[in-house]
Design a protein around this ligand. Structure first.
Ligand code: ATP
Ligand code: MG
Length: 581
């Protein structure tokens, strides 16, 4: 994209964790990064120890680890010491109820303190933790419990009665249900059990390769996959938190993602705690005014959010932000979807610093490609691979994967396996897992390009690439051009089969408040896109929508736009959130 690079001043660079990317990259070794982790004797470790106990042992028990803000603005603070005690009690409760090392403990909870205590207490007990997004209905809950062989669920009365109870007889592995607000049937009253549990628990010594976390992917491209991560992943969570999010001990940090998605666990629980920050957790859903007020009141230093939220902030206008001051804010990052260059420029104008885009997946467990605090930002680029991460652009054919080395060649974004937070399996899908690897590369399923400076640029999901009259068109490029138009709040672009061109580009557009969906506006948008992209790439057709279909983690579901456009089956829609209206 032809937007000016946002350069960092020498003062900014100096005040960052990783002042010199190239130098760090040249010398970085995962074996050395492992030394930042406490670990236990004999090479064993536990994520929860690194997140909590080590800080208490080092004298930081009084620091607030978690500031929880309830929907009604009630606030509860948990120090590192409080978290240590609560997670010990939780682990004791699991033990008392017969859950042992290797068992799988699920949570079906909103962003309440019990969710965070359950996550870390489960890890202490040596069980695998699997967070389920609380708005899931019975079907997605059932399939995820079944695939993972869940042995226990921590939930609330409401969720239990509405969604889980009827599934229980059908889930032979499920032995215990814990309720955070009482007891029903033969469930366990968690609060009562916690109260009588001991404050002491000896954290389980886990082998580096023992499973720790089970995450389901977002379901953007199809049926969600169950991804297994191990305790050793904490080495990557910690190091990437430092390098890519610039986290420092004592920082106030806000990750807006729900732990139901991998970002909300890797960077909404583990990395912020291992790096000894104070994390803000807001139980409520997105709200422009609430978010700005939270950033200001809590003096957030580092903020990690997602493009869909950023686009909503843009939609609300710069005035909404201008009513607040954020002198404490030092670093802002975004993940989950491509971040349109327009959003990067807007944030730089609005906050005096850009959102730093970074790229990773449930499968990679941690950030892989990022714009760093000390690095100049090219709006629209995902940045450069983390130290310790080898990324390439490859062409995949029937005979293998070949790296493309010319600048700006489009190919599949691939990584050399070997970092600690790489997935160890797709649950019950060994073949699918094996198919991700070719000629020493892990194939991400995303298409990207690398420029002459080594910056990576997202093109689209390989499923979403449009082939029109001999051109390969990535939806991101077209969506980003549309986003530059004043009227556009969101855009989703697909290819529609066409006899002569193969496919033609069609865009679905949601407008900002104050704009009307008229034919004139449609023509104006097509004209704007043609000027920016040329007639071969610009959409031939634009349809206005109030909303675009998105996953519950906020990703535009292009496959659904396409299925609906072509009258094809919708496929797995267990993660669909706002439907188009
Ligand atoms: P599924 O695999 O079930 O279809 P998903 O791929 O959306 O869902 P996640 O693992 O949550 O599930 O998301 C990872 C994907 O999100 C990446 O493969 C990529 O397509 C997209 N993504 C994440 N960050 C970025 C980014 N910074 N720029 C562009 N795309 C991104
Ligand atoms: Mg995926």
């Amino acid at each position: 994209m032809d937007r000016p690079t946002i350069a960092k001043t020498p003062e900014t660079r100096k005040a960052t964790n990783m002042q010199d990317y190239a130098q760090t990259r040249a010398t970085f070794l995962w074996d050395t990064a492992e030394k930042d982790i406490d670990g236990f004797a004999g090479g064993t470790l536990n994520i929860a120890h690194e997140a909590i106990n080590r800080h208490v042992a080092a004298g930081h028990g009084d620091q607030i680890a978690l500031r929880w803000i309830g929907k009604k603005d009630d606030v509860r603070d948990f120090t590192y010491h409080d978290l240590q005690v609560q997670t010990n009690r939780f682990a004791n409760v699991l033990r008392a109820e017969g859950l042992t090392r290797g068992d799988k403990v699920y949570a079906l909870l909103g962003r309440v303190p019990e969710l965070y205590i359950a996550a870390l207490g489960t890890l202490k007990a040596g069980c695998t933790f699997c967070p389920l997004f609380s708005a899931f209905g019975p079907e997605p809950i059932h399939s995820r419990l079944e695939i993972g062989g869940g042995n226990a669920v921590i939930t609330s009365k409401r969720h239990y009665k509405r969604k889980l109870k009827s599934l229980c007889p059908d889930l032979p592995d499920l032995r215990r249900v814990f309720l955070t607000d009482g007891a029903e049937d033969d469930t366990v009253d968690l609060a009562a059990a916690m109260q009588s549990a001991s404050d002491d628990f000896e954290t389980e010594r886990m082998s580096p390769e023992d499973p720790a976390l089970l995450h389901f992917t977002s379901g953007t491209t199809g049926k969600p996959k169950g991804v297994v991560h191990v305790h050793q992943a904490v080495v990557a969570h910690h190091a990437t938190g430092r390098m890519a999010l610039d986290l420092r001990p004592g920082d106030t940090y806000w990750c807006t993602a729900d732990p139901g998605w991998v970002t909300g666990t890797s960077y909404g629980i583990v990395a912020p705690l291992t790096n000894r920050t104070t994390m803000i957790v807001d139980e409520a859903e997105f709200d422009v005014e609430r978010w700005y007020a939270t950033l200001e009141r809590e003096k957030v230093n580092v903020w990690y959010t997602a493009p869909t939220a950023i686009r909503m902030l843009m939609k609300a206008g710069a005035e909404a932000a201008a009513a607040h001051k954020f002198p404490a804010l030092r670093f802002m990052a975004s993940v989950g979807e491509p971040l349109n260059p327009e959003a990067v420029t807007w944030s730089n104008d609005t906050f005096g610093m850009p959102f730093h885009d970074n790229w990773w997946q449930t499968e990679t467990g941690g950030i892989m490609i990022a714009n760093y605090a000390a690095m100049d930002v090219k709006p629209g680029s995902m940045g450069k691979p983390l130290p310790g991460i080898d990324a390439g652009i490859v062409e995949v054919t029937d005979t293998g994967a070949r790296e493309l080395t010319e600048p700006m060649e489009i190919g599949e974004l691939a990584l050399r396996p070997g970092w600690p937070s790489m997935m160890r399996a797709y649950l019950n899908q060994e073949q699918r897992y094996q198919k991700c690897f070719r000629d020493g590369w892990y194939l991400s399923g995303d298409l990207a390009m690398r420029d002459e400076d080594g910056y990576f640029w997202f093109v689209g999901r390989s499923d979403d690439l449009i082939k029109s009259a001999g051109h390969l068109i990535g939806p991101f490029e077209v969506e980003s051009a549309l986003m530059e138009h004043d009227a556009v709040a969101e855009a989703g672009v697909i290819g529609v089969p066409d006899e002569t061109a193969g496919e033609i580009v069609k865009a679905f557009v949601a407008l900002k408040p104050g704009f009307e969906a008229t034919d004139d506006l449609r023509l104006d948008l097509i004209g704007h896109a043609r000027k920016r992209l040329g007639p071969a790439v610009a959409p031939k057709d634009i349809e206005f929508r109030k909303n675009l279909p998105k996953t519950r983690s906020g990703k535009i579901m292009r496959r659904l736009l396409k299925a609906r456009e072509l009258g094809l089956p919708e496929g797995d829609i267990s993660t669909l959130e706002s439907d188009e209206t």
